[in-house]
Ligand binder design. Sequence first.
Ligand code: ATP
Ligand code: MG
Length: 564
Amino acid sequence: MRVSKMFLATQREIPADAEIPSHQLMLRAGLIRKVASGIYSFMPMGYRVYRKVENVIREEMDKAGAEELIMPAILPAEVYMASGRWDRFGPEMFRLKDRGGRQFCLGPTHEEPFTEAVRDTIRSYKQLPVTLYQIQHKYRDEKRPRFGIMRCREFVMKDAYSFDVDEAGLDVSYQTMYEAYNKIFTRLGLDYTIVDADSGAMGGSGSQEFMVKSEVGEDGICYCDSCGYAANEEKAVCVAPEMDQAEMLPVEKIHTPDVKTIEELMAYMNAEPSAFVKTILYNIDGRIVAAMVRGDRDINETKLANLYDATEMDLASFADVEEITGAKVGFAGPVGLKKPIDVIADLEVASMKNFIVGACETDYHLKNVNIGRDFEPTKVVDIRNLIEGDKCPKCGGSIKMARGVEVGHIFKLGTKYSKALNCVYLDKDGKENTMVMGCYGIGVGRTLAAIIEQYNDEDGIKWPVEIAPFKAIVVPTKVTDEENMALAEKIYKDLQDRGIEVMIDDRNERPGVKFKDADLIGIPVRITVGRRASEGIVEVKLRMTGEVSEMTAEEAVNKVFDVK
Ligand code: ATP
Ligand code: MG
C-alpha cells in the first residue's frame, strides 16, 4: 500500500477524553473513530489488525473442532423470555419494537438462540457432542462505557457454546476450549493469567477468566504464590477469622456532632478503623438491604448481588436511608432501624466484639455493640473484598493482588438454558435427557486493546508480527530523488512478490514525520532508503527492540521475511 493513497489519520496530540494508553494510541494511530459513547468504527488500519486477531481466534477454534456459524444480532423477545433473561438483563439490554409493535432486542449474548438451534436440530446422543461458535456483534448498554473499545456498547465477541450428553462430556468440551484459549492468547503474544470467576447472571457450576495483567485493568485479581490459587476479586473467597474472645462491654451512645468522614470519626473516638463496622444500605431490585463490613473493608457488590440473585443493585437513595434509619446519611447501624430490613453481616463482622456503629440517630454512634446481644443479622456471609495479605482460602498463604483486563471467559453452564428451553436428546435406551452446556466468550476488540496495553512505548504501538496491520514499511527519505525512490520501489515490489504485507511511505514529507507515523502505527520492520541508496545500502529498524542495522537491499528483504 502506498501511504500517499491511504486513508490514514494519525494525530500527534493525546485526545482529551482518552484515559489509558491503548485508547489514546488507537485514536492517535487512526485505528478507531468514536461515533457515540461506547460505539466505535474501526478505520482501515485498525480493521486490518482486528481481522488478524479475529483470524487467530477462528483458526484455533476450528482446530479445536468447533464449527462457525452466524446468528442475527436482532432477536425477538420470546427467545430471551423463556430463560427469564428478558427481565433479568434489565437496562443493559438494548430493546426495540418493529412496526407491528413486536418486541426485539439487540443480542447481548446468545445462549438462548444457540440452544434453540441445537434443540431443533439434534435428536440423538449420536449427534453429540457439538461446539458451535460465531464472531459477531454484541450489544450491551453498559452503565459506564469507557476506555475506548475495552468497554463499549457495541462490541464483537467470539461466543461459543458446547452441547454434551452429560457432565463428564462437558468437562471434556470445557477442557478443549481451555486449551484453545491458551493457544489463542499465547499466539497473540499476551501475558495473561487464568482465574476462577464468578458465574453471576449466567448461572452454572464453574467458570474461569483469562486475564491480561495490566495496571489499567478493571478487574482485581487475588492470587497466592504458594499454591497457585487465582481468582477474580468478585469471586475470591474470604476465610472466616477467629472469634474475638473479649468480654462484651456495655453499649455506650456517643455524641459525634460535625464528624463527616470516617477519618474524623476515628480521630474523634480515638479508635482504629478496624474497631468500626460500616453499615451500607443498598437498593436491590427495589428492596432495601443493609450490608455490614469492618470499617476498613470494602463491600463486594458481586457477592451481595448474588445473594439476592439481583438484576439491579445500587446504593439506596438518601431519602430511603433517612426513612429507614431515622437519621441523616452517615449514621446507619444495625440497632434501632425504623423499618424491618435484611441485615447482612460479613463473616469478619461476626468475629468482632465491642464494635462501633452508627446509632440510627443523627450525630450519634454506638460503642461496644455486639451480635447476639444487641442485634441479630439476617445472614452472616462473606460479602467483602479480599485484600493484599489476607489468608489464601486454599492453603492459608498470603494473598497478593494485581489488576487485569478480562479478555476471555469460559463457563460450565450445566442445564440452566437447556432445561428452560427444553433442549433434549434421546439416549442409547431411547430415553429423553437434557443436554449439558458450556459457553465460551472472547472480546475481540478488548483483546486487541489489551495487546496494545502490553506492547507500546512513548512513540506508539509495537505490534507483534502476527497481528501487525503491515509487517514492513519502506521509507524513502527523499521522494524527489530518483535513485532513492527507485531503490525504495524495488524493495517494495520484492517484498510484495514474497507475499509480505508492506507499505511504502511515498509522501513528500520530511523523514521525521514518516518515522513518527511508522512508530506510532507500530509497523514491526522499517526499511529506510536514505543517504546510501546509491550504494544499494539501506537501514533496517525493528520496532519491537529498537535494533538498527545497515545492509544491502536484498538482505533487508530477507530480513523482513525472517522476522517473526
Ligand atoms: P465484564 O465483567 O468486563 O463486564 P462480562 O463478564 O460481562 O465482562 P462476558 O459476558 O463473559 O463478559 O463476555 C465475554 C467477553 O466479552 C469478555 O471476556 C470480554 O472480553 C468481552 N466483553 C464483555 N463486555 C464487553 C464490553 N462492554 N466491551 C468490550 N468487550 C466486552
Ligand atoms: Mg459485563
